[in-house]
Write a protein that binds this ligand. Structure first.
Ligand code: SAM
Ligand code: SF4
Length: 349
């Protein structure tokens, strides 16, 4: 039996579930992504508007409540948790949650605890993350040019991110860089970023921009299909498809010339939904069963309504039964509104 701590500090027994949760399309749900805050110290142009209205702090779940929710998912067969945001490392006292979830890695209930970060706070937290049981992280980086970095993040400091990468590698964390491919911005930089990553023993994954949330610019102007990126890389490098899987939507190739690995996440040109194993929890306790759909389940009410773990467990079961088959992302001139109104920072990608 596992126990979780109720809102009043009481320990509640939970029956461990041997079987993972299965959605209506037969997919096992073993991966939970948790957006611990919608706030961020950057304002990446494809992700956020410059003047964002963030959630009032009172609407946020406490870190103890987030821990309780994560525990409920672990007890229902979730084996991997990724903390994301907004920027996860700007949430006050975030290391409390990392440490608590790290204990679940140590006791074997969780296979992996990881996070996606913009790297701005990594120099400060890298050692502690490792100490808590984190072994791999994703760092988002769209350019190696400090000027362009400032342009795309609006507020970001490139040198801080470089310091963060150094600190993370010194601490022993494995790093995967994530770059969003953006037309007329970094299309010509992907080869250089790949060399940079592979020289330092890091993987690189490139991602197509997804139509989420209102931003100032028109996404059609920025959309760069990865089929084009790949074709361009293939004029210079030998790419070989491999079956490597990290439990995510990326398809990987090895690059003969660098000896490294390159991933492609192609929500627009290649639908990856058939193997989707994940659900997404926001910092208000809303569970999105699909990144590209609006249906959501309110777990905060269930969490606060009763200390009975079965109550929350039932609410999670009901939500999983509503997991849809896939998303309907389209970017073209006839679909000027985003596919979903919420920004990526709500669910964390
Ligand atoms: N702040 C952290 C970071 O940037 O890594 C975590 C949250 S961020 C929302 C997670 C990932 O989503 C980042 O790699 C970011 O580049 C990506 N992202 C944000 N908006 C996107 C969009 N509209 N389309 C594709 N990727 C997006
Ligand atoms: Fe912040 Fe990440 Fe969105 Fe950039 S992509 S604005 S770093 S949440």
């Amino acid at each position: 039996m596992n126990t979780i701590v109720g809102p009043l500090g009481s320990a509640m027994a939970l029956k461990p579930s041997k079987e993972p949760m299965i959605d209506p399309f037969g997919r096992a749900v073993t991966y939970l992504r948790v957006s611990v805050t919608d706030r961020c110290d950057f304002r990446c142009t494809y992700c956020m508007a410059e003047n964002m209205t963030f959630l009032p702090k009172k609407d946020l779940l406490t870190l103890e409540e987030l821990n309780r929710l994560c525990s409920a998912f672990i007890d229902k067969g979730v084996r991997k948790i990724r903390l994301t945001g907004g920027e996860p490392l700007v949430r006050k006292n975030i290391m409390y949650l990392v440490r608590e979830l790290g204990k679940r890695v140590h006791d074997g209930a969780l296979e992996e605890l990881t996070l996606t970060t913009n790297g701005s706070q990594l120099a400060r937290y890298a050692d502690e993350l490792y100490d808590c049981g984190v072994r791999r992280i994703n760092v988002s980086l769209d350019t190696l040019d400090p000027e362009k970095f400032r342009q795309i993040t609006r507020w970001g400091d490139f040198s801080k991110v470089m310091e963060g990468l150094d600190a993370a590698q010194r601490a022993g964390l494995k790093i995967k860089l994530n770059a969003v491919a953006l037309k007329d911005f970094n299309g010509d930089e992907i080869a250089g970023m790949m060399r940079f990553a592979h020289d330092r023993g890091m993987d690189l994954t490139v991602i197509e921009t997804m139509p989420m949330g209102e931003i100032e610019e028109d996404r059609t102007d920025r959309y760069l299909p990865l089929s084009e990126v790949r074709a361009q890389l293939e004029s210079e490098f030998t790419l070989t498809d491999i079956g490597y899987q990290t439990g995510g939507p990326a398809r990987y190739v090895t690059v003969k010339e660098t000896g490294g690995r390159l991933g492609f996440i192609t929500p627009m040109t290649h639908n990856f939904c058939e193997s989707c194993n994940r659900v997404r929890l926001t910092c208000t306790g809303t569970l999105y069963m699909c990144l590209g759909q609006n249906d959501a389940a309110d777990l905060r009410t269930a969490l606060r309504a009763s200390e009975d773990a079965a109550y929350l467990s039932n609410a999670i079961d009901e939500a999983i039964l509503r997991k849809p088959k896939g998303h309907d992302f389209i970017i073209d001139r006839n679909h000027r509104r985003p596919a979903v109104a919420r920004h990526m920072s709500v669910t964390g990608g």
